[in-house]
Design a protein around this ligand. Sequence first.
Ligand code: F6R
Length: 365
Amino acid sequence: ELNGFPHYMLKEIYEQPETLANAMRGRLDDSDSTAHFGGLNLTSQQLRQIDRVIMTACGTSYHAGMVGEYLFEELARIPVEVEYASELRYRNPPIDRSTVMFAITQSGETADTLAALRESKRMGHTTLAICNTVGSSIAREADGGVYLHAGPEIGVASTKAFTSQSCVLTMLALYLGRTRHLSSVQGQAIIDNLRQLPEKVRQTLGCHERVKGIAAKYAHVRNVLYLGRQYLYPAALEGALKLKEISYIHAEGYPAAEMKHGPIALVDADTPSVFLVPRGSVFDKVMSNMQEIKARGGPVIAVCSPDDEEVASIADDIIPIPDVPEYLQPIIAAIPLQLLAYEIALLRGCDVDKPRNLAKSVTVE
Ligand code: F6R
C-alpha cells in the first residue's frame, strides 16, 4: 500500500502530479475555453446569478478556501468570503438569494463543516461541496459539487487534498469567469497553464534533496515564521500548519507586510522565516519585507523562482520552484513546504502519519 514509501504522507506528497491530473481529467474544454463539472446541479441561469460566494471549511481546507477567494475575485470578479465552519455555524450572517455556499472538505465528515452546510441549507441557500470522499455525509447532503478524485488520503496531515482543492477552485473560477467577463483567449491561457501543472509539480518535487539539507539545519528551532503575500499568504498559513501539526514546532503564517505590526518582535537568530517569494506582481514588496527580517538578524529560507540571484544574495537558504502564473503559485509553493515539514518531523522523531492529539476526520464539534 505504501508503494515503497516510508510513510503515507510522503507517498501522498509524491502522488500530486497524478492527483492533479485526475482533478482535471475530463473537465477542461478547449472548444469553449472553459471547464465543465458533472455534478454542480445548477442551471446556467442560476450560475450567472451568483453574485457572492461564501466558502466554509476547517484547517487545511480553509486555507484552500482562502486561495479560492483570490481566484474567484481575480478570475471571475465574484466577491468571496471565507469562514471557519466552526464560526459560521453559530453566526447568523445576512445572506441573500444570489449567494452560493461552498463547503470544502477532504473527508466530507468534518462535524463543523457538516453543521455549517446544514445551517446554510436550512436557510434555503444553494450549497455545494468540494470534497474528496465519494458518498461522504457532506457530499450526500450538498445540493451538488465537485469531487477531487485524489484517492484516499491516509496521512493525517493533508497534502494532496490541498493542491487538488486549489486546482478545482481554479477550474471553478475559470468556469464562472467564462460566464462573465473572461474572454476565450484568457480562458484558454488558464487551461494551457493548468495542463502544465502536473509536470511543474513533478519538477518541483526535485527540490526534495535540497529541502532535506535545510531541514537538518533548522530541525532544532522552536519557532518558525511563514510569510507570503496575495496568493501566497494562504500558502504561508498552510506551510505553518503543516510544520506545527507534525513536528510540534510553533509556527505562524502571516501576510509578509503584517510583520512590522507586531510579530517582527519575535525575530531573532534562532527564529527562521520561510519567505514565499517567486517572481510576480508583489515581488519587490516581499523582498523589502525580507530585508526587514534580515536586518533584525533572522535567518531566511526563500522559496523563489529559478536562478533568482537577487533573492539568493539575501536569503540564507533558497528553494527554487518552477515559474507558473501567480494564481497557480500556491499549488507549487505547497510542495517544498510539505516536504520541509515532513523532513523536520522525521529528524525530531515524530510520527508523521499519526501526529499526537490529532485524528484524520474531526467528527466532534
Ligand atoms: C491539516 C488537516 C486538518 C484538516 C481539517 C479539515 O493537515 O488535515 O486541518 O484539513 O480537519 O478536514 P476536512 O478537509 O476533511 O474537512
